[in-house]
Ligand binder design. Structure first.
Ligand SMILES: Cc1cc2nc3c(=O)[nH]c(=O)nc-3n(C[C@H](O)[C@H](O)[C@H](O)COP(=O)(O)O)c2cc1C
Length: 240
């Protein structure tokens, strides 16, 4: 009888350790995502709907620019570029500046801001929220060097005052279109990228599409979720 009681106690103890361990792991995982919430949200100024350069001129002038002035961008520049990338252009249906297959909007846009890279904005990693046209600080600090290393030491990534990172949450699109949704997501990143190029050109800014990078390193810099993949990096600065 004593043996049975002792055995039961040991069994209960082992089970408790496992259950507690599992709960603790789950708690730690939640905590990991919790601590990402810094709760600093910056409302961006209204983007302009009219510019000084025609779309034809912007297409003609667009070039990949890899050399930038050591001059910070303004929040107005940031507002304009993010609006061109993913801003809401139909407030009723919530459609955006770039087309999206079935309006599934699989892309996320992040900003990696260098120290002194934007007037009145501290260095850090920010996530763009198209619905409120605001950016949310998700990581404090200058991650330009880490991003430069992640982008196989491309100097323009280190030097640009601001970098846009485009990521994709594929299942938003593949759950509707299956495998074919994968190509739709990539097409969409191209649309967003071209909008960034043309808007940058119209603002006398320079940018270049960067596709050469270590995915996992870029994903870590922007705190990407497990189902989120990095697709593109766009360093941006005033052109020389
Ligand atoms: C998908 C894609 C990936 C690219 N990756 C890089 C890159 O990693 N680094 C870079 O300096 N340029 C990159 N580029 C820019 C091209 O080199 C550039 O578009 C090309 O030389 C033509 O020049 P243009 O954009 O001035 O017309 C990439 C362009 C595309 C479309």
């Amino acid at each position: 009888m004593q043996k049975i009681i002792a055995g039961t106690v040991v069994l209960i103890s082992i089970t408790a350790v496992f259950v507690y361990g599992a709960i603790e792991i789950k708690f730690k995982e939640e905590e990991k995502y919790e601590e990402k919430k810094i709760n600093k949200i910056i409302k961006l100024p209204e983007p302009s709907k009219k510019g000084k350069m025609s779309v034809e001129e912007a297409i003609q002038k667009r070039r990949s620019i890899r050399d930038y002035l050591d001059k910070p961008l303004t929040l107005k520049d940031i507002s304009q570029i993010l609006w061109a990338a993913q801003g809401i252009t139909d407030p009723i249906r919530k459609f955006r500046a770039a087309p999206s297959a079935g309006a599934t909007y699989p892309l996320e846009i992040y900003l990696v801001v260098k120290k002194g890279g934007v007037v009145n904005l501290s260095e850090g990693v920010y996530r763009y929220d198209p619905f409120t046209h605001s950016i949310e600080l998700i990581k404090e600090g200058d991650f330009s060097y880490e991003l430069y290393i992640a982008c196989v030491n491309q100097e323009w990534v280190l030097k640009a005052p601001v970098k846009i990172v485009i990521t994709a949450v594929y299942d938003r699109t593949t759950k509707r279109y299956g495998e074919r949704g994968i190509r739709y997501v990539h097409m969409e990143a191209g649309h967003v990228g071209q909008n960034i190029y043309l808007q940058a050109t119209a603002l006398n800014l320079g940018t270049v599409a960067v596709g050469a990078f270590f995915d996992n390193m870029v994903e870590e810099i922007v705190n990407a979720k497990p189902n989120e993949r990095a697709l593109y990096v766009f360093p941006i600065g005033y052109r020389r």
